[in-house]
Write a protein that binds this ligand. Structure first.
Ligand code: BTN
Length: 259
């Protein structure tokens, strides 16, 4: 089971054999006075949720992890933590799949970051990251939720999904969490030093899927098409439309391979 040993560097750990949603648990604890920093983790999440109120279905054995930190930051600044989480997750995945990479050679998994906060392999979703925040007192309770398909990709997802097991990476949720919590400390530190988000943004862009390519973005109310130019200093995706305008998009679902 996920045990206390697995946490690192000042972060406490609340591990659960089974729980509805680690994000919901984190927010409830924040309402009850918890200030963090603390991880909520399980390998059996029964009622997780994703961005835009979507269900996040995690078969048993997958990793569900949420970080709670109560901070004195504006919501827009807190949102940029999701990019640090994507980078941490990718670094953790690289570490735990080293052995598989040597064994698989050219067929090894190649991780890429999808705006805003997913990790993809071969265009399929391996990791979903969803932030939630709530005002507590004069501060903001920020919850960064990270869901990784360790043993199985859920079925019926809006975009194609994949699991580490299917990629030939045989590790447990416990091993992945140990690597993730270490990597989080590293990238959280980089984020902290540059509250302006500059360094995280640079690192993230170097690993971004679809940069410079034509994409479609469904914002929920409209679909925009254009070239994925960059992300700005608040994490908005900048799309260059056919008429040359540069439009910032704050939230939406990106589709690649647009002709
Ligand atoms: C998304 O891709 O829409 C975000 C998915 C976020 C899922 C994680 S799993 C751990 C945490 N607990 C939840 O209920 N959701 C997040």
């Amino acid at each position: 089971a996920l045990g206390p040993r697995a946490s690192s560097a000042g972060y406490r750990l609340a591990a659960f054999d089974q729980i509805g949603s680690t994000n919901t648990e984190a927010l409830e604890r924040a309402r009850a006075g918890e200030r963090g920093p603390i991880w909520f983790v399980t390998s059996d999440q029964t009622a997780g949720h994703g961005r835009r109120q979507r269900a996040w279905i995690a078969p048993r054995g997958n990793l569900a992890a949420s970080i709670l930190e109560v901070m004195d930051v504006a919501p827009a600044v807190a949102a940029t933590l999701g990019f640090a989480a994507g980078l941490a997750e990718e670094a953790a995945l690289e570490k735990v799949s080293l052995e598989a990479a040597l064994r698989l050679g050219p067929d090894r998994p190649r991780y890429a970051l999808k705006w805003p906060n997913d990790v993809l392999v071969g265009g399929k979703k391996l990791v979903g990251i969803g932030l939630e925040a709530e005002v507590v007192g004069n501060n903001l309770a920020v919850v960064v939720g990270i869901g990784t398909n360790v043993v199985a990709a859920p079925e019926g997802t809006p975009t194609p999904a994949v699991s580490l097991a299917a990629l030939g990476v045989q590790i447990s949720a416990e091993e992945l969490f140990a690597a993730l919590s270490d990597a989080w400390v590293e990238f959280r530190g980089i984020w902290d030093r540059g509250r302006g988000f500059a360094e995280i943004r640079r690192l993230w862009l170097a690993r971004a899927a679809g940069l410079g390519e034509k994409v479609a973005i469904n914002t929920g109310t409209m679909t925009l098409e254009g070239v994925f130019d960059t992300i700005d200093d608040t994490g908005c995706l900048i799309v260059r439309t056919a008429d040359g305008r540069r439009m910032p998009v704050a939230a939406g679902e990106v589709f690649f391979g647009v002709a």
